[in-house]
Design a protein around this ligand. Structure first.
Ligand SMILES: [Zn+2]
Length: 635
């Protein structure tokens, strides 16, 4: 789809959440890590609707509370304590996290607040044992420049990360609380971004500043982006949980496409003369139509004792099957709502009912029972009576919204850049003060101490690397760009390998391996350091490094020495090398007689082809020259 993003009035704001690499969690001393083994502790809680100060109840939370949704929390004792279990008040705000947040704030020119107040932000899905997430604003009103445009940074905040959802069984939702309380920094931009590409560039620029502190976590799941996207005439839609920066432009493109298509659908429905009051909550039990059906989904439901409930969507024929974005049809939006509010498996609608193995006779009977004409669509759900009714109510609500255009809602990002319905957009007044934590004064001295620790400007670092290590500017910039500059300095210091060799491997070699499909992210710093150490100790050669690294990417946690042995890349002892060179020289007696020292090139090439990775080229060259000269002299 070719879209003029300015013409349609696209506005995007970003909220970037990044886990900080602190020693402890934000409000207790637990290790900020995830556990991989079986949980040591489990406990069950009922979901409770949390009331804000104004007495407003979040409708989605209240709804789930009414349905009796329960949460099963899993924990272990190293990554969580009584604080995460909400059995003990939070401890003081983690100072290390506060320092990092201030650092980021200063790098973005934001103004630190005088005093930090921890607030409670209502969360409704059980992802916090308390029913709220603790958050505090650290600084306000900064800005960054991206491609010459000033992007306002509205605030820099600290937050506790939420528990992670493991699964769902009936009315029980399972969460692990290891992630709960890991410090997150939140950076929010103003809604001034006007194109998908710009959104991605801004996110990359923010990510770069965060990482420049060297105090953030790395790897998948440690950074999450939320996007607020709107177009003129559309609606503000919040998309949560984009995990990869590279996905952002796609998410924006798709959301624009979705909103434009919903607007087209609205116009079409109006053209067809539909009014909101025509869409009615008349639900009809059509189970009898499908008693003998060959449709597996419906037959299984009936066998489970569920009912099939139907609702007519007047004048919607053909629209439920129309695609909004790849893989998402309007029917899918109805299904998302039905699943969320009715806890049913999904819906079946007349635009696609044939593909479920429903016969023409059954469709005709269905249309007769719900009094639907050809221009009308029918939506079916299977479930318990109450769930089915809840599901269809949500379907009717969504159908009515279609006449108004784009509904405001919170959506979740899928790994392919598409999105799915998550919940209605929470209203205002979701915050109230955390009374268990005293306000923290941000003194001038504290700010100056942090300012003194700010990472140096990029250009300064480039000059410093060139000067200290005698590497060229291109390599210096690449090192800083890949953020391997720290590792580079460690390796040079610890292994004695030439800086240019180290820099080239960390930039160009790793990039080439990645391009060839090797998972270089699987390499640990320790493995990389050890590989260079083997080169420094002359156990192997620098030419062998790419092969060793390739091998390590497919042998998780293995020792580089194992790679060297496995691949036969041990450095050859010099006596052995002498013998081999001598053999080459005597085998090529004729050539040497003819060309003298001119035979060197051909012989050198042949020997290196045989011994590459096991010998140093300069040593081979030296020995070969000696032997050829001896040979010539002996004639
Ligand atoms: Zn704890």
């Amino acid at each position: 789809m070719n879209v003029d993003y300015r013409e349609i009035g696209l506005k995007v704001g970003l909220e970037i959440h990044q886990q900080l690499a602190t020693r402890e969690k934000l409000f207790c001393s637990c290790r900020p890590e995830l556990f991989k083994c079986e949980p040591e502790i489990t406990f069950l809680r009922r979901l409770r609707p949390t009331q804000s100060e104004l007495g407003q109840v979040d409708p989605a939370a209240y709804f789930e509370f009414q349905k009796g949704v329960r949460i099963l929390y899993e924990a272990d004792t190293e990554t969580s304590c009584l604080v995460e279990m909400d059995e003990e008040p939070p401890h003081d705000l983690n100072n290390e996290a506060l320092e990092t947040a201030l650092m980021v704030a200063l790098m973005m020119g934001a103004k630190p607040v005088d005093e930090i107040y921890v607030m409670r932000k209502i969360v409704i899905d059980g992802s916090n044992t308390t029913g709220f997430q603790r958050t505090c604003v650290v600084a306000l009103n900064g800005s960054i420049t991206v491609d010459g445009k000033e992007i306002p940074i509205e605030h820099v905040s600290l937050e506790e990360d939420a528990a992670r959802k493991i699964g769902e069984e009936g009315l029980t939702v399972i969460y692990r609380i290891d992630r709960l309380g890991i410090p997150l920094i939140e950076v929010a931009t103003g809604p001034v971004i006007n194109s998908p590409g710009e959104a991605e560039k801004v996110a990359l620029a923010i990510g770069k500043i965060l990482r420049a502190t060297k105090r953030v976590r790395r790897g998948i799941g440690t950074i999450r982006q939320d996007l607020n996207i709107s177009i003129r005439d559309g609606a503000l839609v919040e998309i949560k949980g984009v995990q990869e920066l590279e996905l952002i432009s796609k998410v924006v493109e798709y959301e624009v496409q979705r909103q434009l298509n919903l607007l087209k659908m609205r116009d079409e429905l109006r053209r067809r003369g539909l009014r909101e009051e025509d869409i009615r909550e008349d639900f009809i039990d059509v189970t009898p139509v499908f008693r003998g059906t060959k449709c597996r989904v419906l037959r299984n439901a009936i066998n489970r004792g569920e009912i099939i409930l139907a609702v007519k969507l007047p004048k919607f024929a053909g629209l439920l099957g129309s695609e909004l974005i790849p893989g998402l049809r309007f029917g899918g939006e109805l299904a998302d709502r039905a699943k969320f509010w009715g806890r049913v498996g999904g819906i079946i609608h007349t635009d696609e009912i044939k593909s479920y193995g429903v016969t023409d006779e059954e469709v005709a009977e269905l249309r007769r029972m719900v009094n639907a004409a050809e221009e009308d669509a029918i939506v079916l759900v299977a479930g318990g009576a109450e769930n089915a009714r809840d599901a269809l109510r949500a379907v009717v609500e969504r159908a009515r919204e279609a006449l108004r255009g784009v509904p405001e809602e919170t959506r979740a990002a899928n790994p392919d850049g598409t999105t799915r319905y998550m919940r209605p957009r929470p209203g205002a007044a979701r915050m109230y003060p955390e009374t268990d934590i005293p306000p923290v004064k941000v003194t001038k001295e504290f700010i100056e101490r942090v300012r003194a620790q700010l990472p140096r400007p990029l250009e300064e670092r480039v000059r410093e690397l060139i000067k200290s290590y005698n590497i060229n500017e291109k390599l210096a910039r690449q090192l800083l760009d890949t953020e391997y500059d720290d590792l580079f300095e460690v390796i040079v210091k610890e292994t004695g390998v030439t800086p240019t060799v180290v820099a080239t491997v960390l930039t160009e070699t790793l990039k080439a391996l990645k391009r060839d499909g090797f998972n270089v992210n699987a390499l640990t710093d320790e493995q990389i350091i050890e590989t260079f150490r083997l080169v420094g100790q002359e156990k192997t050669t620098k030419e062998a490094i790419p092969e060793i690294l390739k091998w390590l990417t497919t042998h998780e946690g293995a020792d580089p020495m194992d790679a060297v042995k496995e691949l036969g890349l041990m450095m050859m002892p010099e006596e052995e090398l002498h013998k081999i060179v001598e053999e080459y020289v005597s085998r090529n007696n004729a050539l040497i007689t003819e060309k003298g020292l001119g035979a060197f090139g051909a012989l050198m090439g042949a020997i290196m082809r045989e011994l590459r990775g096991r010998v140093k080229p300069d040593v081979v060259s030296r020995i070969l020259k000696e032997k050829i000269s001896e040979k010539i002299a002996s004639k």
